[in-house]
Write a protein that binds this ligand. Structure first.
Ligand SMILES: C[S@@+](CC[C@H](N)C(=O)[O-])C[C@H]1O[C@@H](n2cnc3c(N)ncnc32)[C@H](O)[C@@H]1O
Length: 225
């Protein structure tokens, strides 16, 4: 029998945290959604082709209105209460999406099951982000697109160190790591980096990677937190 690891414990804590905040999530995010996030989502989804698309960490379903027409959508989340809200939003919008409770660190899909995958503001809270990114590389066909809209550590000496210092407190209060090195993690996971666009300086970036597993299968599993 497999031993319970620290990542398993962190995953359980993350699930419980999002179950707890699910009823408040949309209200808390209202301002940022209307001033920035909404436009960034639109920009991201404009580049997503209409094939077999996986959204990871669907949350309350804020990306649903942007799904490409004609795409065969599957979306997963770790939290049943966030997922329940996404279900309600999908029903209200008449969106066709297969919503499933699942952990990105252990996806229950076969290799090459998707043409593209998308995440928005997810990898700050996944306990082992490199494991999750590797899973994306496995389930997205070689050459398929992986889009990540994520906040991350600013790579400047003072600001970066301050983010490192504050991270344990922020994780405790909000559950999200503010010092993830997501661009490096994408590379550590063996994905091919296609482009990185800074949307709010280095703090929020839109990463375009390709689902082509490269030659780093034994890369270390975590950076920056
Ligand atoms: C900050 S919310 C973002 C939700 C949504 N993507 C958005 O843009 O509004 C992070 C979401 O990722 C989910 N999540 C965290 N860890 C996960 C994991 N290991 N596997 C799948 N989903 C996860 C959480 O349950 C939560 O719904």
């Amino acid at each position: 029998m497999r031993q319970t690891t620290d990542h398993d414990r962190q995953t359980a804590i993350t699930r419980a945290r999002y179950n707890r905040i699910a009823p408040l999530y949309d209200a808390v995010e209202w301002f940022t959604e209307h001033t920035a996030f909404g436009a960034w989502r639109q920009q991201l989804w404009t580049g997503v082709p209409a094939g077999r698309v996986l959204e990871v960490g669907v949350g309350t379903g804020k990306n649903l209105p942007f799904y490409p027409p004609g795409a065969q959508m599957t979306a997963i989340d770790l939290s049943e209460r966030m997922l329940a809200r996404a279900r309600r939003r999908a029903a209200a919008l008449g969106a066709r999406v297969d919503l499933r409770l699942m952990d990105v660190q252990h996806l229950e899909f076969p290799d090459n099951a998707f043409d593209a995958a998308v995440t928005t503001f997810v990898f700050c809270s996944v306990p082992d982000p490199v494991a999750g990114l590797r899973e994306l590389g496995r389930v997205v066909r070689p050459g398929g697109d992986i889009w990540l809209l994520e906040h991350m550590r600013v790579d400047r000496p003072f600001v970066g160190s301050l983010m490192d210092l504050l991270n344990p407190l922020v994780v405790r209060v909000m559950g999200a790591n503010i010092n993830r090195r997501t661009v490096e993690n994408v590379q550590l996971a063996g994905l091919k980096l296609v482009a990185v666009e800074e949307l709010r300086g280095e703090l929020v970036r839109l990463i375009h990677a390709s689902g082509s597993l490269s030659d780093q299968p034994d890369a270390p599993s975590l950076r920056g937190c």
